[in-house]
Design a protein around this ligand. Structure first.
Ligand code: C2E
Ligand code: CA
Ligand code: CA
Length: 759
C-alpha cells in the first residue's frame, strides 16, 4: 500500500491511541518542510534562520497535506498557507514559483490519506509556534485517494495557495501604502501647522516689532514695511507703492554704504550693518542703525532684501552733543585742547605724505592784570572777543584755532608747502588783535606773544612740537611781547636751561638751597671795614653754585623775588646783629648792604616788612643800607618814591647802585631819598693800572665833587688793585668794594677782616 515515490499515503487509522501521526508520515512531511525550506529560504527576506524557517513551514506542510487528503476536499487551507508565506516575508518575485515547485514535486508523495493535521488558525504574522495540533483523525468513512485524484487536488491547492499568496501580498502592499499615506498626511498636517505657527509668529513679530522691518525686491522696490518702519520715516505714505530704496539716499551717506548695498543685491554678501542718515517724509533728518539681509529662495538664488532699522537719531544727537562738549571750550566755543591734539596727532601720523604744518602757540600779554584789575567777568569778555577775532583768521578747513588754557590759544595750519606758513598765520593773528577790544565801556589793548613751529609730519613728535612752541612763545614774551618768534634749536636749548632753573626756584627757598656771601665795604680814609654787601647764591642740586645774575632775573619774572628778597633781608639783618654782638666794645658797628629789586620796591609791604625785620633782629635802621639801581628809579614819581623816603626817614641808608650806567640827570639826584652813590665798576676800570685813563679820572672827580655838594657819600665798586684804591682815595671817594680787599665770602671771614683792621 505504501508507495515511496508518487502515490499519496493517506492511510487512515495509522495514528496511535493519543491521536499522533505515525512516525513515517511525520518524517515524510518533515522532509517536505526541509526541501521547501532550502528552496524558499534564500528567496525570503525573513529574519528567521533556516532552522526556524523550517519549523515555521512544517505546520503549513501538514495543512497542505491534510487538505490534499481532506474530505470533503477544500482549498481554503492552501489559501491560508499562501497568506502565511507572505507573512513570513517570502515576497521576492522568485519565491512564489519556488514554493509552488516544491509543492508540485513533493506534496502528493509526502501525504498519507489518513494522517493530517486539522486546520487550526494560522497566524497573521510569522511566528515560531507550530501552526496546528497534529494528528487529528479523519472520519471513518473517508476513502483513500487515487493517484490521479491526488495530483488534481494538488494542482487546485497550488492555485488556491497562489491566490491566497497574491491576495495577501496585495493586502500587505495596500496596508503599507495606507500606512505611508497616513504618515504623509500626518506629516503634512504637522508641517502646515508648523508653517502656520511660524507665519503667525513672524506676523506678530513683524507687526508688533519696535524695530522697523521692511522687505524690498532686489531691484529696490519696497514690498512691505511694518508700522514701526513707517512711523520712523513719518508715515506709511513714505513707502507708497512704487517707491524704491535707492531714492532714500542721503547726501552725507556714510562712505562705502553704496558698495555694501551693491554687493548684497548682487548676492556677493549676505548682510551688512551700518549707521546711516536718511530724510523723513517732512525733510527732517533720521539716523538709523540699519541691518540689511539678503533672503534667498530654496535653491539659494537671491530673492529679497530684508531691512531691520533702529532709530538712533536721539542717541546720535546726544553722542554728538557730548562729543562737541568734550572737544570745545565752553566760554569761547572754540575747539579745546583735546580736539586740537586729536587733529595734531592725525596730521603728524599722516607720515609718509610728509605734510607740512605750522603750529602757533599764542599767549596774551598781561592778561592776568586785566583779570586782577577789572575782574573775571571782564576777563571772560575779553577772551571771548579775542577768540572771535582769532577764529576770523581761520580761512580754510586746513586751519584750526583752539583755546587750550586761560589765555592760551593754539593754532594749526596744514597742507601743501605754499600755504603752510606758521609765521603768516601768526602775523594775521597779531593783526587781528591790533585794534583795542571794547569791554564794559573801556578800550582794552590786546597784546599777545606767539611761538611758531614749522615742520613736516613724520619728522617731529607731538610733545616736541608743543614744547618747542611753548618755549618759543616765552622767547617772544622775553623779547618784550606783542610779537611772534620762530622756533630754532639753539634758542630752544637756552630757554630749556632757563626753564629748568625757573621750575626749581619756588622749592629752592623751602629746601634752603640759597645762601649769602658777604663782601666787605672798606673806608678809604683809614682802610677799616665799615660793613659788607649781602650777595645771594643758589646751591643748585644739579648745576652747583649759581650766581645771582643766573637766577635773580628769573625770580623777578616769576615774582619769587619778593619772598627771596625778604629772606635775604632777614638773614643779612640777623648777621649784622651777630657782628654787632661780637664786637660790643668797639665803637662803630658793622653795617650791612642789601640789594632791592624793582618788584620789591613797588611791593606794598616793603616798609612794614623792613621795619619788622629790623625789630626782629634788634638792629637799628642806620645799620642797614638798601641798594637800589639807578635805572629802577628813573622816571619814578613821588608816590613810587614814597616807601624809600619813609625808610630813609626812619634812618635806613639808601644807596644808588650801579651809578653811571643809567642816563639820569644829575640834578635829578636831589629829588631822590638817597645818601650814597655806588659808582659802577666801568668807571674805575681805567684806573686799575698807572697811569690812569685821564677821561675816567675826570669823570670820577666830577661825580665825587657833585655828590659831596649834594651831601652824598661815594662808594666805588670793582676795586681790584692797590693802584686803583690809592687813586680813588686821592679823588675823595669815601668807601670801596672789590677783590683787592676781599671777594664775597662767608660772614665769619668779614669779622676776622674787621678785627685785622682794628689791630
Ligand atoms: P652788585 O650789586 O653790583 O654787586 C656787586 C657785584 O660785583 C657782585 O657780583 C660781586 O661779586 C661783584 N664784584 C665785587 N668786587 C668785584 C671786583 O673787584 N671785580 C669784579 N669784576 N666784580 C666784583 P654778584 O655777586 O655776581 O652779584 C651780581 C648782582 O646780583 C649784584 O650786583 C646785584 O645787583 C645782584 N644781587 C646780588 N644779591 C642780590 C640780592 O640779594 N637781591 C637782589 N635783588 N639782587 C642781588
Ligand atoms: Ca649792589
Ligand atoms: Ca653795583
Amino acid at each position: 500500500m505504501t508507495s515511496e515515490s508518487g502515490g499519496p499515503r493517506c492511510d487512515r487509522g495509522a495514528g496511535d491511541a493519543a491521536g499522533h501521526l505515525a512516525p513515517t508520515e511525520n518524517d515524510a512531511l518533515r522532509r517536505f518542510a526541509g526541501i521547501w525550506c532550502r528552496a524558499v529560504h534564500p528567496l525570503a527576506t525573513t529574519t528567521m534562520t533556516p532552522d526556524e524557517f523550517e519549523v515555521y513551514l512544517l505546520p503549513l506542510a501538514h495543512r497542505l497535506s491534510a487538505a490534499l487528503c481532506g474530505s470533503p476536499f477544500d482549498t481554503e487551507a492552501a489559501y491560508a498557507v499562501g497568506a502565511a508565506l507572505v507573512n513570513a516575508q517570502c515576497t521576492e518575485p522568485e519565491a512564489l514559483p519556488a514554493i509552488l515547485g516544491v509543492i508540485d514535486a513533493h506534496l502528493v508523495s509526502c501525504s498519507s490519506p489518513t494522517g493530517h493535521p486539522s486546520s487550526a488558525e494560522l497566524p497573521a504574522a510569522p511566528g515560531h509556534e507550530p501552526l496546528a495540533e497534529e494528528g487529528e483523525p479523519l472520519s471513518e468513512e473517508d476513502e483513500p485517494l487515487s493517484e490521479e485524484e491526488a495530483r488534481a487536488r494538488c494542482v487546485r491547492l497550488q492555485h488556491a495557495l497562489a491566490a491566497g499568496f497574491v491576495r495577501e501580498l496585495r493586502k500587505c502592499e495596500r496596508d503599507e501604502q495606507e500606512a505611508i499615506s497616513r504618515a504623509a498626511l500626518a506629516a503634512r498636517t504637522e508641517a502646515e501647522k508648523a508653517l502656520h505657527a511660524s507665519e503667525a509668529k513672524f506676523q506678530a513679530v513683524f507687526e508688533g516689532a519696535v524695530i522697523g522691518v521692511g522687505i524690498a525686491g532686489l531691484d529696490g522696490e519696497v514690498l512691505v514695511v511694518n508700522d514701526a518702519m513707517a512711523r520712523m520715516f513719518g508715515g506709511m505714505d513714505f513707502f507708497r507703492p512704487g517707491r524704491n530704496v535707492t531714492e532714500f539716499v542721503h547726501p552725507d551717506d556714510v562712505p562705502g554704504a553704496h558698495e555694501l548695498y551693491r554687493e548684497l543685491v548682487n548676492g556677493e554678501r549676505d548682510h551688512f550693518r551700518i549707521e546711516k542718515p536718511h530724510y523723513r517724509d517732512d525733510g527732517s533728518e533720521l539716523w538709523t542703525n540699519l541691518t540689511v539681509t539678503l533672503l534667498r529662495d530654496s535653491s539659494g538664488a537671491p530673492q529679497y532684501q530684508l531691512a531691520l532699522a533702529e532709530d538712533i537719531t536721539e542717541h546720535r544727537q546726544l553722542r554728538e552733543r557730548l562729543r562737541y562738549e568734550a572737544t570745545h571750550d565752553e566760554l569761547t566755543g572754540l575747539p579745546n585742547r583735546a580736539l586740537f591734539l586729536e587733529r595734531l596727532d592725525q596730521m603728524l601720523a599722516a607720515g609718509a605724505d610728509a605734510e607740512r604744518f605750522g603750529v602757533c602757540y599764542l599767549d596774551l600779554d598781561g592778561f592776568k592784570a586785566v583779570n586782577d584789575s577789572l575782574g573775571h567777568v571782564a576777563g571772560d569778555r575779553m577772551l571771548k572777543a579775542v577768540a572771535k577775532r582769532l577764529q576770523n583768521c581761520v580761512k580754510t578747513p586746513a586751519e584750526l584755532i583752539a583755546r587750550v588754557g586761560g589765555d592760551e590759544f593754539l593754532a594749526l595750519v596744514t597742507g601743501p608747502a605754499a600755504q603752510t606758513d606758521g609765521a603768516g598765520l601768526a602775523r594775521r593773528m597779531l593783526a587781528a588783535l591790533a585794534e583795542p577790544v571794547r569791554v564794559e565801556g573801556r578800550e582794552l589793548r590786546v597784546r599777545a606773544s606767539i611761538g611758531v613751529v614749522d615742520g613736516r609730519a613724520g619728522e617731529i613728535g607731538r610733545a616736541e612740537v608743543l614744547r618747542s612752541a611753548d618755549i618759543t612763545m616765552y622767547r617772544a614774551k622775553a623779547a618784550g611781547g606783542n610779537r611772534y618768534e620762530i622756533a630754532d634749536a639753539d634758542s630752544n636749548a637756552r630757554v630749556i636751561a632757563r626753564h629748568s632753573l625757573t621750575n626749581g626756584l619756588p622749592s629752592a627757598l623751602e629746601k634752603g638751597e640759597f645762601f649769602i656771601e658777604y663782601q666787605p665795604l672798606v673806608r678809604l680814609t683809614d682802610g677799616t671795614v665799615r660793613g659788607a654787601e649781602a650777595l645771594v647764591r643758589w646751591l643748585h642740586p644739579v648745576h652747583g653754585v649759581l650766581g645771582p645774575d643766573q637766577f635773580i632775573p628769573l625770580a623777578e619774572d616769576t615774582g619769587l623775588i619778593v619772598p627771596l628778597g625778604r629772606w635775604v633781608l632777614e638773614q643779612a639783618a640777623r648777621q649784622a646783629r651777630e657782628w654787632r654782638d661780637a664786637d660790643e666794645e668797639d665803637g662803630e658797628p658793622l653795617r650791612v648792604n642789601v640789594n632791592l629789586s624793582p618788584c620789591q620796591l613797588s611791593h606794598p609791604t616793603l616798609v612794614s616788612d623792613t621795619v619788622a625785620v629790623l625789630e626782629n633782629a634788634g638792629l637799628c635802621p642806620s645799620a642797614l643800607c638798601l641798594e637800589v639801581t639807578e635805572n629802577d628809579l628813573i622816571g619814578a614819581d613821588e608816590s613810587a618814591l614814597r616807601p624809600l623816603r619813609q625808610l630813609a626817614d626812619l634812618g635806613v641808608d639808601i644807596a644808588l647802585d650801579d651809578f653811571g650806567t643809567g642816563y639820569s640827570n644829575l640834578s635829578y639826584l636831589r629829588r631822590l631819598p638817597v645818601s650814597t652813590l655806588k659808582l659802577d665798576r666801568s668807571f674805575t676800570r681805567g684806573m686799575q693800572r698807572a697811569p690812569a685813563d685821564p677821561v675816567d679820572v675826570k669823570i670820577v672827580e666830577g661825580i665825587v665833587s657833585l655828590a659831596h655838594t649834594l651831601d652824598l657819600a661815594v662808594t666805588v665798586e670793582g676795586v681790584e688793585t692797590a693802584v686803583q684804591a690809592e687813586h680813588l682815595r686821592g679823588l675823595g671817594c669815601d668807601t670801596a668794594q672789590g677783590w683787592y680787599y676781599a671777594r664775597p665770602g662767608p660772614p665769619e671771614r668779614l669779622h676776622t677782616l674787621a678785627l685785622a683792621d682794628a689791630s
